[in-house]
Write a protein that binds this ligand. Sequence first.
Ligand code: ZN
Length: 369
Amino acid sequence: MKIFCPDCGRTTEFDYKEWHCSCGGAWELAEQKVFDMSLIASSLSSLWRYEKLLPIELKEQPSVSLGAGWTPLMPAEYGGRKILLKLEYRMPTASFKDRGVEVMMSYLHSIDVRHVVEDSSGNAGASVAAYAARAGIKAEIYSPAHASKAKLAQIAIYGAKVHTVAGARIKATRAVMKVVKQGAVYASHAYHPVYLLAQQTAAWEVWEQLGFKIPDWYVVPVGQGGKLLGIWLGFRRLLAAGLIEKIPRLVAVQPALLAPLCEAFNQNLAKWPITNPKATSVAKGLAITKPVRWKRMLQALRESNGKCIAVSEEEILSAHKKLAKLSFYVEPTSAVVVAALRHLFAVVNPKETIVISLTGSGLKSPLSQ
Ligand SMILES: [Zn+2]
């Protein structure tokens, strides 16, 4: 599996022990076949409908499946405007992380990895734990002690070992780094190139669900940026194959309490801004001070003529309630995209199509916890 580092341009064969480039950059798949739509297995209602378009080889195909992907694209009306909701929380462990983890764990299982570690505020950890149980792989998850109790319980019941780490989110990453440096296999939603590769499939699904058309706008919450980059790379692949004429304008949303991407993009900063790691938004899943793929995230917003919108805590909580009254119960982390709509409606033509990505179920993070 050939990979490249977008930060320094290095190309090499992937070895899971070298989980990032020597320059510190995060790997991406180097070789992506031209997107041939005749290779879509339309009878499969999961992301495996695109298996022949993913440049990885699995010994058993698919080896570790719980049926992730092919999530509904549901029309709704919000604030008097029509929107389309991509229900990414309708996944095996109730978050969009399964889209990347299902393929990443299939790959790791295929190369006979038997023990993995991961750090997570909850959703990625629950996903890795579930797929590890399915594959008979031992998993250890490092999570902040303040993570949602429902998420920590979910990780544990799948049989993974939970290590809770006191303090800010970044301390859980530092804790996992210690064991990774001692040789543990890092099943990371932030670093693993196969995780990011699989996140492209959401873009292809939306393109199919809209009758092989693209939306004008695509709104996503941003922490580590896996959803933003997956969507961007997925549409770029369709563009490269001549199947679409442009990519949608991407809208990244962050809580104003911790919005480094918005600060960097909106102020056109040359360096990543320093933000307060102790800032505690209700959008706990977005508490990432310096995402590893931050340069690519800025590139995605610039190339798509996108936007970055920071929303207040009041806006997040209000949007969370309003969305539930429309029958969509998501976690506060996921509700940031809805909170951004008021800002977006002010600049978007009502005739334009807006897809918003709902990433995590409300059951995972009740506000009372
Ligand atoms: Zn590099």
